[in-house]
Design a protein. Structure first.
Ligand code: HEM
Length: 369
């Protein structure tokens, strides 16, 4: 079993080299009126195929949309993460919080009426900014503010989602299919109602599994995609001052791997003790699970993935095949970041399969995702 080392903080010079070799290989963005395409490190071949094959429908309303240089934005996001990680110097990373920011900016989508989603970036405003599910994400937003100032032509909605895609690469994950073109709302009046993001515990394994399906099916995902997306919990940790839960899921929280799935299966998870006989500090937080040595955690919603037979099938597959996990994760995360953007982006042809979502699907097809 391959076990990845915890990401070490490399000296700036060598990380800069890594950044420069990991910047867009796609060359110049493919531009139409107000629309830009990039594929993260999928190579010039992909760009050539796209350039030859994708014809975007010009939308006069967006003809004057400002352009940004994706390679410059990507380098700036990488540098921001790197600077913060070096400042911390403890092996934790800003990248997981940026992944979570991108997911919460997008995961409010409902396919039933097209509400929510990443377009508009309403999570900057109340009510979304104040939702309990978004606690702790202001920190991530604050890190991105200087980048918005540096690239005024970039919408917040593109910045937040793109930062999540770049963060996945930063932590050694797969290239995420991504297209620019989101626009910003000016306030939170069009936010969907609270309750669109998942709870970690609905009281029983069956109710929690059903809740995950209710939440993710609403966005248009299936069981396989739910499990693949949950693999992001290889990254980062729970913070008591944000969610009330505590601890990392894996021993390499700054590296994307299939460790989350291996640990789900192989670690003897037990409810985190409310009392310690030994006199240690009793756990006063919500019900969560801990590893044998108490250093790792799982949420009830994580364990639901092994308790539910259909989810379990995919946990087993991803545990044994990291390549499959990366492939499925890239496709599902790219799809997530594009939720809700169809109606107001350049290139929209209206109708199903049009706009950013439809073009992203074509992009993913070309990438073999
Ligand atoms: C399946 C339902 C999910 C539930 C119930 C859930 C719940 C949570 C909770 C409670 C936290 C801790 C937040 C904190 O205390 O700071 C967290 C963190 C995190 N979640 Fe999820 N999550 C889910 C799905 C996802 C998905 C789909 C992704 C991304 C694709 C994701 C990515 C992350 C990451 C990277 C962190 C760590 C953030 C950090 O270290 O700051 N989660 N999640």
């Amino acid at each position: 079993m391959a076990f990845r080392a915890i990401r070490t903080i490399a000296p700036t010079a060598s990380r800069q080299l890594a950044v420069s070799t990991r910047t867009f290989a796609a060359g110049p963005a493919i531009k139409s009126a107000g629309s830009q395409y990039s594929s993260l490190t999928t190579g010039a071949l992909c760009a050539t195929v796209l350039a030859a094959s994708l014809t975007l429908t010009a939308d006069p309303a967006h003809a004057a949309a400002p352009k940004v240089d994706p390679a410059a934005v990507k380098a700036a996001i990488m540098a921001t993460i790197e600077a913060e990680d070096e400042r911390r110097g403890d092996g934790t990373s800003l990248a997981p919080t940026l992944v979570r920011l991108a997911w919460h900016a997008s995961g409010t989508y409902s396919k039933a009426d097209g509400s929510g989603g990443s377009n508009g970036c309403r999570m900057r405003f109340n009510p979304e900014a104040g939702w309990g599910a978004n606690a702790g994400l202001a920190t991530a937003r604050n890190f991105l503010d200087p980048l918005k100032a540096k690239f005024p032509g970039l919408s917040y909605a593109d910045l937040y989602t793109y930062a999540g895609a770049v963060a996945i690469e930063y932590v050694g994950g797969p290239a995420i299919p991504f297209a620019f073109g989101r626009t910003d709302a000016t306030d939170g009046t069009t936010s969907p109602p609270d309750g669109r993001l998942p709870n970690a515990d609905m009281g029983s394994p069956a109710a929690t599994a059903q809740h995950l399906r209710d939440i993710f099916y609403r966005m248009g995902f299936d069981d396989r995609e739910i499990v693949a997306l949950s693999g992001a919990h290889a990254l980062g940790r729970c913070h008591e001052d944000a969610s009330g839960y505590w601890g990392p899921w894996t021993r390499a929280e700054s590296t994307l791997s299939n460790e989350y799935f291996r640990l789900l299966k192989e670690e003897p998870w037990t409810p985190k003790a409310k009392k310690h006989e030994s006199g240690g500090c009793p756990w006063k937080g919500p019900a969560q699970y801990e590893s044998a040595d108490g250093s790792l955690m799982m949420l009830p919603s994580d364990l639901a993935l092994v308790q539910d037979p259909k989810f379990h099938e995919w946990v087993l597959k991803y545990k044994d095949d990291e390549e499959l996990f990366f492939k499925d994760f890239a496709a599902a995360f790219g799809k997530l970041l594009a939720l809700g953007v169809k109606e107001s982006t350049a290139g929209s042809t209206g109708g199903a399969g049009g706009g950013l979502g439809g073009l992203l699907a074509k992009l993913m097809g070309f990438m073999g995702l």
